[in-house]
Design a protein around this ligand. Structure first.
Ligand SMILES: CC/C=C\CCC/C=C/C(=O)SCCNC(=O)CCNC(=O)[C@H](O)C(C)(C)COP(=O)(O)OP(=O)(O)OC[C@H]1O[C@@H](n2cnc3c(N)ncnc32)[C@H](O)[C@@H]1OP(=O)(O)O
Length: 302
């Protein structure tokens, strides 16, 4: 699938992964009207959306078994669902969670980063950038209801949310563990973490690739609340009610003020960031590290 079409929003050129979809040539108003979400659920194969128009919120569930690894398909469907909700004025907030038992998201899909060609790596990385930019700068209130393990890219997604609720289960670790794979979190992953837990804690967490269990995640500020597993959803809903009690325009402008500089750093150097990723991931030594890591994951079972 070629993901190349671009759209200018302010100073940002956003790519449009849905450009190949029927109706993509419609004007924004017309397509928003046609695509209005309504009360019935919608979504795609890998992203379920359960809207509650009366409450102005939707629950978005990642459903890409077994572990919600962020494949190109999942990234694309994620952006499309997000865009749909952003364009429908009914919605003010999204609760982001997983439909895969025990895993929020295993992070970037290692199969997308192993044994492929440079054009594929570039396309994949552009999709990763796009999801991050859209989530990080979303006008909607985003609450992560983390109901499973949340390593690397999974953690990044949760860090783009405005609030994180984590289920209290020692298996549900969270963190940017890239160094354990022999790879390096790019600067915008690092910036997102630093903005959440501060510089010193990030430095230690990133270098050591720490995956924090719930109590420690709460202590360092990686998550905002830890609750029993059966209360994750209800807690996310009550937190959402509190965030929605704030006038949208004031909250949105404040969010933008806090986040724009971080997002702009990537916007200004998207192409060089892609080239950097492609060069890095194509190295033989990095490919070997990833293969070894994948082998260990598979062995764990046997
Ligand atoms: C310049 C910048 C350069 C590079 C930047 C790159 C940044 C990278 C960011 C990332 O996100 S890299 C991905 C890091 N992710 C991880 O380390 C998580 C790995 N997975 C796990 O730890 C576990 O799978 C788990 C999420 C804790 C779930 O454990 P569980 O026991 O429930 O499942 P199992 O391990 O048996 O896995 C099932 C199945 O899924 C495959 N798998 C797991 N994770 C991934 C993944 N990230 N990508 C692709 N595939 C994954 C695993 O191998 C099993 O496959 P199998 O059934 O075929 O054996």
């Amino acid at each position: 699938m070629a993901l190349v079409a671009g759209m200018r929003v302010g100073s940002r050129v956003l790519f449009r992964p849905w450009a190949w979809l029927p109706g993509a040539a419609l004007g924004r108003k017309e397509s928003a009207a046609r695509g209005r979400v309504g009360a019935r659920g919608f979504g795609s194969q890998r992203v379920l959306v359960e809207p509650d128009p009366a409450a102005g919120i939707a629950v978005m569930k990642l459903k890409s078994p077994p572990v919600n690894s962020l494949s190109l398909e999942l990234l694309t469907e994620f952006v499309i669902s997000l865009e749909k909700l952003e364009n429908d004025k009914t919605f003010r907030g999204i609760i982001l969670t997983s439909d895969c038992p025990g895993v929020f998201s295993a992070g970037l899909d290692l199969m997308e980063m192993c044994g492929k060609n440079p054009a594929h790596y570039a396309e994949y990385w552009k999709a990763v950038q796009e999801l991050w930019l859209r989530l990080y700068l979303s006008n909607l209130v985003l609450i992560a209801a983390i109901n499973g393990a949340c390593p690397a890219g999974g953690c990044l997604i949760s860090l783009t949310c405005d609030y994180r609720v984590l289920a209290d289960n020692p298996k549900y670790v969270i963190g940017l563990n890239e160094t354990l794979l022999g790879i390096v979190a790019p600067f915008w992953f690092k910036d997102t973490l630093v903005n959440t837990i501060g510089h010193r804690t990030s430095e230690r967490a990133l270098q050591l690739g720490i995956l924090f269990p719930p109590a420690e995640a709460l202590q360092v500020g990686m998550v905002d609340k830890v609750v029993p597993e059966d209360q994750v959803q209800s807690t996310a809903l009550s937190v959402m009610a509190q965030w929605l009690s704030i006038p949208d325009h004031a909250r949105q402008l404040t969010k933008n003020m806090m986040r724009k500089a971080t997002a702009d750093r990537l916007v200004k150097q998207r192409d060089s960031d892609i080239q950097n990723f492609v060069g890095f991931i194509s190295r033989d030594s990095i490919q070997k590290s990833l293969q070894v890591y994948l082998g260990k994951l598979r062995q764990k079972k046997g």
